[in-house]
Design a binder for this molecule. Structure first.
Ligand code: FES
Length: 131
């Protein structure tokens, strides 16, 4: 729960946060990192201001989600799980987000965009470039 809260507040688990948690709880740092690196949910790098999540669940994947993540990667010039140099965007693949009827879809922060084609990605990203 402490790790969940830390990630909720900071967006990721930094080395400094892990060290402080270890100090405060008495749990060895290696054990904390063991948990953080085992669960895909936890991030060890700071996400972009706008977190783009591309669903690669089965329904989305079958309807072309790979094209969406490729388009995001090409447009922003980053790899999945990467962050743009200006820190504005990060792109992460995620598992089913529970909106399969909208497949394929991405989320940007709390906004959801469904029934997408790769040609729609630039317009969506543009909405956040000055936000
Ligand atoms: S597979 Fe993408 S929302 Fe379910």
């Amino acid at each position: 729960m402490i790790l969940h809260k830390t990630q909720e507040v900071f967006g990721y688990i930094s080395r400094s946060s892990a060290e402080q948690l270890s100090h405060l709880t008495g749990i060895p740092l290696a054990r904390i990192y063991g948990v953080v690196t085992f669960y895909h949910f936890f991030k060890t790098t700071k996400p972009g201001k706008h977190k783009v999540s591309v669903c690669l669940g089965t329904a989305c994947y079958l309807k072309g989600a790979q094209d969406l993540i490729d388009s995001c990667r090409k447009l922003l010039g980053i790899e999945p799980n990467g962050v743009t140099a200006d820190g504005l965007f990060s792109v992460d693949p995620v598992r089913c987000v529970g909106c399969c009827g909208l497949a394929p879809l991405i989320t940007v922060g709390t906004d959801t965009y469904g029934k997408l084609t790769k040609d729609m990605i630039p317009g969506i990203i543009a909405k956040y470039q000055n936000a």
